[in-house]
Design a protein around this ligand. Sequence first.
Ligand SMILES: N[C@@H](CCC(=O)N[C@@H](CS)C(=O)NCC(=O)O)C(=O)O
Length: 200
Amino acid sequence: MLTLFAAKNTVAFASHIALEETGLAYQINWISFADGDQLKPDYLALNPKGRVPALVTDDGVLTETPATLEYIAETSGQLMPDTAFDRAKVREMLSYCTSTFHVNHAHKMRGARWSDDVAAQATMQAKVPQTMAASCAYIEDQLTGDWVAGAYSIADIHVHTICRWLEGDGVDIADYPKLHAHFGRMQARAAVRRVSDAHG
Ligand SMILES: N[C@@H](CCC(=O)N[C@@H](CS)C(=O)NCC(=O)O)C(=O)O
């Protein structure tokens, strides 16, 4: 049995979708950011980074969304395309999502990670619509079919999870027709709807 430590509507949403899609046995342990659960000793013992997700497996704890997603894909034999090239394209997108797309978004609420200067934090925050729009334009350009790399995969799940934050980041996804259609395809999936309902 896997246990996913998740906070609602965070990037842990991606690992939650992957678990729900594959049918692996899992349970959710909700973390409340409002209560500061991610910084409490019990949770820090599990994930010293004080972030979600954390996925507890029989072999130990995994953190970082690309790692948790790839573990779920590999152990289930699902959510990865067939060819070496397409699998590398999936990893390319996971890497982009975690290192750039997500980090752009984090500059809105988490500027204190990078500067103690309140004015600098405000400057970072002001730039979020621009950097998130640039990420959308990049992904729009990458989308040549229904999915990021051949078949539906963990890369689609990661992209979708971050796209759910776009409205709050001041970006209209309708400005990116292929990404918008991808968003609709994701929302139409039963597993995504179930996870969406769970996150409220
Ligand atoms: N690179 C990590 C980032 C994880 C991360 O930053 N998660 C955020 C939620 S979206 C978090 O736990 N933030 C808590 C905090 O900053 O206190 C991943 O992709 O899993």
